[in-house]
Design a protein around this ligand. Structure first.
Ligand code: APR
Ligand code: MG
Length: 290
């Protein structure tokens, strides 16, 4: 297959590539993930990503954040474990003093805040995360100041920007980006050796080699705070379970969008769909597309 061809990621692709659950599986078979983020003003983002990762099939998920955020969200997600990270004024300031070497995938950035003291967290992970590293939301803001670190990583890095964040990383306007989104994301992915999920009505997934696919499920009900955090959690779960990262990211977008679509078909409207409903809908996607 032509490596550069852009194509629509479809139900058949999902069916063919989603890993099956073995009868002898144990929680270790389905990966161990870590999500670092959250602050006192944005604790919910971490709760939703953590829950979404478990719901999407992750074996074990740890949430790394401040002690205060842990006390705020632990009851919302009793299946997770928690890692207390150092903080200043309620914002995380570091993470590599804690063990990060035994995870299959790590996500960073949601609800992190934009304090300068926090920038270091993203740097530490870019330097030391010995596994695929996903960067989203405020993590992308901090990445902008240390873009050159991307090329130095030996393990894959994945970024999941919405158009505003992608335009910020590129240093161009959103309208320029959207006039040629395949072109800009492909150039950036190749130049910086990253996987990109450029989110939108039509989400574009790009590999560091320049392979591209479009995933078009989802609906305007998703235009609401928190849905991106849910995608981060689902992506982490897929990254831990699939050898082929490109397929994993496409499948994460598929599960996210289809969940929202099924919720709209079955019971909700564009007005009242909530990010947490998208987490609940993950079960329905697995039942509808076995
Ligand atoms: N149709 C289909 N999908 C949509 C639509 C739409 N009209 N609108 C949004 N989506 C999907 C996107 O594809 C993406 O998967 O919803 C998700 C929205 O993700 P984000 O833009 O990251 O939104 P959000 O969850 O609010 O992010 C939380 O992180 O990126 C920061 O600044 C952002 O503060 C915000 C926070
Ligand atoms: Mg977001």
């Amino acid at each position: 297959q032509n490596n550069t061809a852009k194509r629509q990621w479809a139900e058949e692709d999902f069916g063919k590539t989603i890993p099956s659950r073995h009868v002898h599986a144990h929680k270790g078979s389905h990966g161990k993930g870590l999500i670092i983020g959250g602050c006192s003003e944005m604790p919910g983002s971490l709760a939703m990503a953590t829950k979404a990762a478990l719901k999407a099939g992750a074996g074990l998920v740890a949430a790394g954040t401040t002690e205060k955020v842990i006390s705020m969200i632990a009851a919302m997600c009793p299946e997770a474990t928690y890692m207390i990270l150092p903080e200043k004024d309620g914002y995380i300031t570091g993470c590599t003093a804690s063990p990060i070497s035994n995870y299959d995938a790590i996500a960073v950035g949601i609800g992190l805040g934009r304090r300068e003291e926090t920038r270091h967290v993203v740097a530490e992970l870019l330097n030391n995360a010995p596994c695929p590293l996903l960067i989203d939301a405020d993590g992308l803001y901090h990445l902008k100041y240390q873009l050159e670190m991307l090329k130095q990583r030996s393990e894959p890095t994945i970024i999941t920007p919405h158009p505003g964040e992608m335009a910020m990383l590129l240093g161009i306007s959103i309208s320029d980006l959207l006039s040629a989104p395949f072109h800009y994301t492909r150039d950036f992915a190749k130049a910086n050796r990253v996987y990109i999920i450029l989110k939108g009505k039509h989400t574009i997934i790009t590999s560091p080699e320049g392979r591209q696919a479009m995933e078009s499920s989802g609906n305007p009900g998703l235009a609401k705070g928190g849905t991106g955090d849910v995608l981060t959690g689902i992506s982490l779960a897929m990254m831990m379970q699939q050898q082929e990262l490109f397929d994993a990211l496409c499948n994460a977008c598929f599960i996210h969008g289809k969940s929202a679509d099924i919720q709209i078909e079955e019971k909700q409207t564009y007005y009242d769909l909530m990010a947490t409903d998208v987490i609940d809908g993950i079960s329905k996607v697995y039942r509808a597309f076995p």
